[in-house]
Design a protein around this ligand. Structure first.
Ligand code: SF4
Ligand code: SF4
Ligand code: FES
Length: 319
């Protein structure tokens, strides 16, 4: 049996000033999960090691942690797959304050869920005598998002959260999709307006990390793309994100190229004087360093072909 060093993040705020790593050497039996190894360390070597676990079956979502820099479920991962030069490094999940060792405070994660009001809000005038039914096709639109086990692996590795701790985060936005696309919910537009604001769905950078880390079929980035589509279709355009998407479509469909002077102005809003003034210093810096795009925008030679693509896309959507 191969001996492996488990290098584990340790921190007890009641007793220690700073965090540290502690090494535990464990013989890796074939077929063991990372959680089996942590349990062995805790039960046989060091009972002070703290981490969360419950089901051991990738259902409860308790055992997410960062391993070699990325979040995963300890109970769903074979330990042997994680060894790098004889070492497995384990840290608490990211974007969350550490309470002790691998246990983090998940309150910011739950807070983001509360912001999207994660419950069905049917039409109050509707007073059915039996439960509201859905067809299989209607359910399929929300099926993926219902599979969230709230493990926070996506939250841990989200790059937007890293720079903006008020960002809703991938799991809460996926939860919003679950209700926005629910045929029984009557608050679709209100929900879309709310999550189109600052720190909402348009602040996702499309890095895809959340979908890579998600241990279920939720795949939050795909859900975020769906709610953006819904916002565009519903005409919820009064925000920088939607205007930015429209600006891309407008310039590419007209010229076959991106007009980099037009996009920032359109995104901020033509009548948003304060927003436009905020763009000035960036524009000036670009001008001084000769990085500014040409003042008179040019286009590609065969613009007709690009326009054809856009009109075909419109027809396709109508179908
Ligand atoms: S795709 Fe968006 S939500 Fe997902 S991790 Fe990246 S920034 Fe966060
Ligand atoms: S979306 Fe996926 S990674 Fe995020 S909390 Fe839900 S199950 Fe976990
Ligand atoms: S212990 Fe429940 S998901 Fe890992």
């Amino acid at each position: 049996m191969a001996k492996v060093t488990f290098r584990i993040f340790r921190y007890n705020p009641d007793k220690e000033q700073a965090s540290r790593y502690q090494d535990y050497i464990v013989s890796l039996e074939p077929g063991v999960t990372l959680l089996n190894c942590l349990n062995k360390i805790k039960w046989e070597i060091d009972p002070t090691l703290s981490y969360r676990m419950s089901c051991g079956s990738a259902i409860c979502g308790s055992c997410a942690m960062k391993v070699n820099g990325h979040a995963l479920l300890a109970c769903k991962t074979q330990a042997s797959e994680l060894v790098r030069d004889g070492v497995i490094q384990i840290d608490p999940i990211g974007n969350s304050p550490v309470m002790r060792d691998l246990v983090v405070d998940l309150e910011p994660f739950w807070g983001a869920f509360r912001k999207v009001e994660p419950y069905l809000m049917p039409d109050s005038r509707d007073n059915p005598e039996r439960e509201r039914l859905q067809t299989a096709a209607q359910f399929l639109k929300i099926d993926a998002a219902t599979q969230c086990i709230m493990c926070a692996a996506c939250w841990s590795d989200c790059n937007s959260l890293e720079v903006d701790n008020l960002f809703y985060g991938p799991a809460a936005l996926a939860k919003a999709q679950r209700f926005i696309y629910d045929s029984r919910d009557a608050k679709k537009r209100d929900r879309l307006v709310e999550i189109s604001k600052l720190h909402g769905m348009w602040d996702c950078t499309h890095c895809g990390e959340c979908s890579t880390r998600c241990p279920t079929e939720v795949k939050p980035l795909a859900r975020i793309e769906e709610i953006r589509e819904a916002a565009m279709a519903e005409g919820v355009h009064g925000n920088n994100g939607a205007r930015h998407a429209l600006a891309f479509r407008e310039t590419v469909s007209k010229r076959g190229l991106l007009d980099e002077n037009y996009v920032p102005v359109r995104s901020v809003g033509f009548f948003n004087i304060m927003g436009l003034l905020e763009l000035l210093p960036v524009g000036l810096r670009m001008f001084i360093r000769r990085k500014n795009p040409p003042i008179i925008p040019h286009g590609i030679d065969n613009r007709k072909e690009v326009r054809k693509i856009f009109s075909r896309q419109k027809e396709f959507r109508r179908d």
